[in-house]
Structure formats: structure tokens, C-alpha cells
Design a protein around this ligand. Structure first.
Ligand SMILES: NC(=O)c1ccc[n+]([C@@H]2O[C@H](COP(=O)([O-])OP(=O)(O)OC[C@H]3O[C@@H](n4cnc5c(N)ncnc54)[C@H](OP(=O)(O)O)[C@@H]3O)[C@@H](O)[C@H]2O)c1
Length: 221
């Protein structure tokens, strides 16, 4: 082989490896183009995922949903039901719920303590594999999963083991300390924890948004 062929072979091999890594990762469709959507898009793309985001247009929402393997519902709590209807057929899709159900002044949880918003979503989105995640983290940390270089915990609750594993891996790839938070019903506890995060930041203790939870003693999944 000629000496000048080596750089081309090297380029070819690294191209193959990049394509292989993109192909083995699920495609991420994010519904919404706000703080959470932008941050997760940034983090996931940096980690080598293919990502699409979509705004309000119902046709775009349905196209993004049929394209993506993992759908992230990064919309305000009150918009969830309408957005789920726009998604169309979500059977088999992984549907990630980062939403927090909050009073207008962000001081209290407005969901039903006996049925989380994520379980409600599971009822609306027939056949989808709903995963609660990202709701206990501020958007400013979602692109790196870190605060001052330290990974913070991403709590991931779901009933479907494969769906949960995909979101744990996404979190870990972004840079989080990924925590298996049990079945979807545990969203009943994760949702108020999201509200506590906001209270610690904006309430009387006023720690600001540079805070995050870390579960000590649990290895990242
Ligand atoms: N921000 C945080 O730190 C944080 C942390 C954890 C969890 N969360 C939760 O994550 C969710 C998103 O928060 P965010 O801060 O990203 O909110 P945001 O900045 O207000 O963005 C919400 C996005 O959803 C879009 N949207 C609203 N209704 C929609 C619909 N029917 N179909 C499609 N898109 C729709 C909005 O579009 P328009 O702007 O055009 O209306 C906007 O792009 C909320 O449920 C929030 O509680 C937020």
C-alpha cells in the first residue's frame, strides 16, 4: 500500500466509527423549543445523538414523533394533553416526561398525589413507554449534567426496562449521574422533588439555579 493512502484509510475508519455510533443510538425528537428542549438538544448532540426539535405546528409535531425513537415532551404542564394528541400513533415509542405541574407562582405541586402527571400521560398516550426524567434538574444543567464539574443525578422512573435503560444511557452520555428511580409510579415522588428544587432555588432559601441533587452511594447506571 502507498504511504499517501494511510490518511485516507484513517479518515474512512473514523467516519465508519462515527456513523456506527450514531446508528446504534436512538433518534431523539423533542417537542418544544424552550429552555429544556434547547439544553437537552445541545447535550444529546454533543454525545452523538441525532436530534430534531419541533414547535407548535401540529403537523410538525406528528412528523417529529413518527421520526423519533425517543420523544421528549418539553412543553408546559397544561399543554401536555393537547401535545399528546398531536403526536399521533406513539405505540412502542419511548415518551419522556420532564414536566413539572406547578402553581402559577411556582410554590406548590398542582398534580394529584395519588396519580403522577407521568401516569396520567401514560393513560393518554396508549402503547407508549413513558419515562419520567429531567424534571428534578434545572435546564441550565441539562446540556452537561454537571454543576461545577460534578455530575448531578438524573432520576429515571419507568415500567419498561428497555425504555428506562435508553434514557439512563442518554443521561449518562450527556454527563449525568444516572439513577434508576424505580417504576413509573415513583414519579409521584419525583414530581414534588422537582417542585422542591424550584423552591430551594426561588423560595425563601434563595439558593438560585446553580443547585442540583446528587444521590451519594449509588453508582451511575
Ligand atoms: N426550565 C427548567 O429549568 C425546567 C426544569 C425541569 C423541568 N421543566 C419542565 O419542562 C417543561 C418545559 O420547560 P421549559 O422551561 O423548556 O419551558 P419553555 O421555555 O416555556 O418552553 C416550552 C416550549 O413548549 C412549547 N409549547 C407549548 N405548547 C406546545 C404545544 N401544544 N405543542 C408544541 N409545543 C408547545 C413552547 O412553544 P411557544 O414558546 O411557541 O409557546 C416552548 O417552545 C415544563 O413542563 C417545565 O415544568 C423545566
Amino acid at each position: 500500500m502507498r504511504w499517501w493512502a494511510f490518511p485516507f484509510i484513517h479518515l474512512y475508519l473514523s467516519l465508519l466509527s462515527t456513523m456506527g455510533s450514531i446508528m446504534s443510538k436512538p433518534k431523539i425528537a423533542i417537542i418544544g423549543r424552550g429552555h429544556v428542549a434547547n439544553a437537552i438538544q445541545q447535550g444529546a448532540e454533543r454525545a452523538g445523538y441525532e436530534v430534531r426539535t419541533t414547535g407548535h405546528d401540529a403537523k410538525d409535531v406528528s412528523l417529529a414523533a413518527s421520526w423519533g425513537d425517543v420523544l421528549i415532551l418539553a412543553v408546559p404542564g397544561p399543554a401536555r394533553r393537547a401535545t399528546v394528541q398531536e403526536l399521533g400513533d406513539v405505540r412502542g415509542k419511548v415518551l419522556v416526561d420532564p414536566t413539572n405541574l406547578l402553581s402559577p407562582d411556582y410554590s406548590s405541586y398542582t398534580g394529584d398525589p395519588s396519580k403522577s402527571g407521568a401516569e396520567e400521560l401514560q393513560e393518554w398516550a396508549a402503547g407508549a413507554r413513558v419515562v419520567k426524567a429531567f424534571n428534578t434538574v434545572f435546564a441550565v444543567h441539562m446540556s452537561t449534567g454537571k454543576i461545577q464539574g460534578e455530575p448531578i443525578s438524573l432520576f429515571v422512573a419507568a415500567d419498561d426496562p428497555e425504555a428506562k435503560a435508553q434514557v439512563l444511557r442518554l443521561g449518562k452520555d450527556i454527563g449525568f449521574h444516572a439513577v434508576d428511580a424505580g417504576p413509573l409510579r415513583n414519579a409521584r415522588m419525583l414530581e414534588p422533588l422537582g417542585v422542591l428544587n424550584i423552591q430551594l432555588s426561588r423560595g425563601p432559601s434563595h439558593y438560585g439555579p446553580g443547585i442540583g441533587f446528587r444521590l451519594i452511594g449509588a453508582p451511575s447506571k
